[in-house]
Design a protein around this ligand. Structure first.
Ligand code: PLP
Length: 524
C-alpha cells in the first residue's frame, strides 16, 4: 500500500488530537506501521521493528503470512459473498471442519459451535449466556487476575471488576502467591479454597452457572495454571455439575506449546471460547461447547458480523498450517529455551523479579529489589515452609515444560518448594524497558496485575536467529532501563553484567553486551 504521509509525526499528532483518550497501545508505541511481514513491522519513517506484541497474541503466523494472504485472495477472487450473516458457505464449512479437527477429542465428538460478533469478548458473553441458559443459574465463578474482555459480562468476570453475580477465587501463582507459599502447596490451597466456597452453605456463594478460567492468564501477567490445578478445577466442577469454560482467546492455536492450552493438563472443558489467532489476523470469535448444553432458542445469541468469510478463510489456513507444521511443539521447545535465557538474565538483574510463561507466551516481571521485598502480599505471613512441598495434593507447576517457577529472593529457611518473597512491582521500570525496547527496534507488551510485566508474544514462526535478536534487544533494554533507573535514584553502582550471560558467540568478544541486532534497522 502506498504511504500517503511521508512524515509520521503528522499522523501521530492527528491521532492524539482526534482519537479517544481510551486508546492504549498507541500511547506506548508511537509508530505508524505501513508494511509488515512475519515478525517484522516497518514504520512510515522507514524503521523496522521486531514485533513481539503480535496483535496482542493474534498473529500465530506473524504478519501477512503467505498462506493467509493466499486464502484471503482465494475468497476475493472467487466472487463469493463477503457478508452472509450466519448462512452456510463452503468457506465456513471448511473452517468448522478444520477447527473441529483440532479440538480436544472429548469435545470435538459432541461439539456445537456458535459464531459470535467478531471480538473475543462477545464469545465470552455468549459462553456465560449459554451456561446460564443451560443451568438456569446466574452466578459465575471466576479468578483473581482474569481478563475476559471489555463488554459488561466479560468485565464482570475479569479480575479488576466487582460484581455480585461473580464469585472471585484465587488463581494459583508462585511469585505473588496469595497464601505466601507458591508452588504445589499454593495451588493446593487455592483449590481447597474453591472447594470450600462451593461446599460451605454459608460461604455467600450460590451454586453457579459455570466456572470460567484462562489456562494461562495473559493480561493478568502471564501466569500459567499448574496442570494439576487445572485437573482439580475440572474435577470440582464435574462433581458439582458446573460447566467449565476455558477462555482460550489468547492461549489457543499453539501459543502455549499445545494446540489448545487445556491439552497440557488433559482437561476437556465443557465450553471453549476462541478468538484472536483463529481468524488468522482477521476478526473472528466462536464459542464451542458440548451439544447437550445447546438449549438455546433461535436468536439467543446473534450479531450482524458473524459471517466474516475472509476471516474464516484466513483462520482455516492458519489452523491447518499450525497443525501441519507442528508449530505448537516448536513453541514449546523455543519457549523453554527463551525462558532459560531470560532466567539467566534475571540472575544478573535483581530488578527482574520473575520470569515465567508457557510456550511462546512469556512474561518478565520488573520489580524494585530495594523495596520491601517479602513484606508485600505474601511476605508478612510466616508460612509453614518446611512442608511446603511434601503435603501438597498437587504436583508442582513445573510439571509442564516452560512453566515459570523461579524463586526470586529465597527466604531464609531451607526450602524444598518454590517459595518466593516477591519484591514490590516496578511499573515505571517496565514502561522504561518497553521504551528502551522500542528504541532498539523491539515491540513488547506490558501487562500484569501491577502493569509491571514485560510480555513477549512472538509469532510461532519466529526463527532461532530472530529469537536470539529479540532476547539481545530485550537484554540491552533492561540494562539501559535499570541503569537509568539507578541513576535516577542517584546511584551509579548498578552492575552492568553481560546481558543473558551468554557464552561468546562467533564474532562477538566474550562478555560484551550484545549489540548485534540491537538497534532498529532502517529499511531499504
Ligand atoms: N479473553 C482473553 C483471555 C483475552 O486475552 C482477551 C483479550 O485480550 C479477551 C478475552 C477479549 O478479547 P477481545 O479483545 O477480542 O474482545
Amino acid at each position: 500500500m502506498a504511504v500517503t504521509e511521508p512524515v509520521p509525526e503528522g499522523i501521530l499528532r492527528r491521532q492524539s488530537a482526534r482519537e479517544s483518550a481510551a486508546r492504549t497501545y498507541a500511547r506506548a508505541l508511537p509508530i505508524v506501521p505501513v508494511r509488515a511481514r512475519g515478525l517484522t513491522i516497518e514504520g512510515a519513517d522507514g524503521r523496522r521493528y521486531l514485533d513481539c506484541l503480535s496483535g496482542a497474541g493474534t498473529l500465530a503466523l506473524g504478519h501477512n503470512h503467505p498462506v493467509v494472504l493466499e486464502a484471503i485472495r482465494g475468497v476475493l477472487d472467487s466472487g463469493a459473498p463477503l457478508h452472509v450473516l450466519d448462512l452456510a458457505t463452503p468457506v465456513k464449512d471448511a473452517f468448522i471442519t478444520e477447527l473441529f479437527r483440532t479440538l480436544p477429542p472429548g469435545l470435538a465428538d459432541h461439539a456445537r459451535v456458535q459464531f459470535c460478533g467478531p471480538a473475543g469478548t462477545d464469545a465470552v458473553e455468549a459462553a456465560l449466556k449459554l451456561v446460564r441458559s443451560a443451568t438456569g443459574r446466574t452466578g459465575v465463578l471466576a479468578f483473581t487476575g482474569a481478563y475476559h474482555g471489555m463488554t459488561a459480562g466479560s468485565l464482570e468476570a475479569s479480575g479488576g471488576a466487582y460484581d455480585v453475580r461473580v464469585a472471585r477465587l484465587p488463581y494459583p501463582q508462585d511469585y505473588r502467591c496469595p497464601f505466601g507459599v507458591g508452588g504445589a502447596r499454593g495451588a493446593e490451597l487455592a483449590a481447597r479454597w474453591t472447594e470450600s466456597v462451593l461446599d460451605d452453605p454459608k460461604s455467600g456463594v450460590r451454586q453457579p452457572a459455570g466456572m470460567i478460567l484462562e489456562p494461562v492468564q495473559g493480561e493478568g501477567g502471564v501466569i500459567p495454571a499448574p496442570d494439576a490445578w487445572m485437573r482439580r478445577m475440572r474435577q470440582i466442577t464435574a462433581d458439582r455439575s458446573i460447566p467449565l469454560i476455558a477462555d482460550e482467546v489468547q492461549t489457543g492455536v499453539g501459543r502455549t506449546g499445545a494446540f489448545w492450552a487445556v491439552e497440557h493438563s488433559g482437561v476437556t472443558p465443557d465450553v471453549m471460547v476462541l478468538s484472536k489467532a483463529i481468524g488468522g489476523s482477521l476478526p473472528l470469535a466462536v464459542v464451542v461447547y458440548r451439544e447437550d448444553l445447546d438449549v438455546w432458542q433461535p436468536g439467543a445469541h446473534a450479531g450482524t458480523f458473524r459471517g466474516n468469510q475472509l476471516a474464516m478463510a484466513a483462520g482455516t489456513a492458519t489452523l491447518a498450517y499450525v497443525r501441519e507444521h507442528r508449530l505448537a511443539e516448536r513453541a514449546a521447545v523455543l519457549g523453554a529455551r527463551m525462558l532459560g535465557r531470560l532466567r539467566d538474565l534475571a540472575r544478573d538483574f535483581p530488578c527482574i523479579g520473575d520470569v515465567r510463561g508457557r510456550g511462546l507466551m512469556i512474561g518478565v516481571e520488573m520489580v524494585d529489589p530495594e523495596g520491601a521485598c517479602g513484606t508485600g502480599e505474601t511476605g508478612g505471613i510466616d508460612a509453614p515452609l518446611a512442608d511446603a512441598h511434601t503435603d501438597a495434593g498437587l504436583d508442582t507447576p513445573a510439571d509442564g515444560d516452560g512453566v515459570g517457577a523461579r524463586a526470586a529472593k529465597p527466604r531464609t529457611e531451607p526450602q524444598s518448594a518454590p517459595v518466593t518473597a516477591p519484591c514490590p512491582a516496578a511499573p515505571a521500570l517496565a514502561v522504561a524497558v518497553q521504551r528502551e525496547c522500542l528504541r532498539r527496534g523491539l515491540i513488547v507488551e506490558l501487562g500484569g496485575r501491577h502493569a509491571s510485566v514485560v510480555r513477549l508474544l512472538p509469532p510461532l514462526t519466529i526463527t532461532d536467529e530472530q529469537a536470539a535478536a529479540v532476547l539481545d534487544r530485550l537484554a540491552d533494554a533492561v540494562a539501559a532501563a535499570a541503569g537509568n533507573h539507578d541513576r535516577g535514584k542517584g546511584r551509579s553502582d548498578h552492575p552492568q553484567p553481560n546481558p543473558l550471560n551468554e557464552p561468546s558467540r562467533p564474532g562477538r568478544p566474550p562478555g560484551r553486551v550484545p549489540r548485534q541486532g540491537g538497534r532498529a534497522e532502517r529499511a531499504g
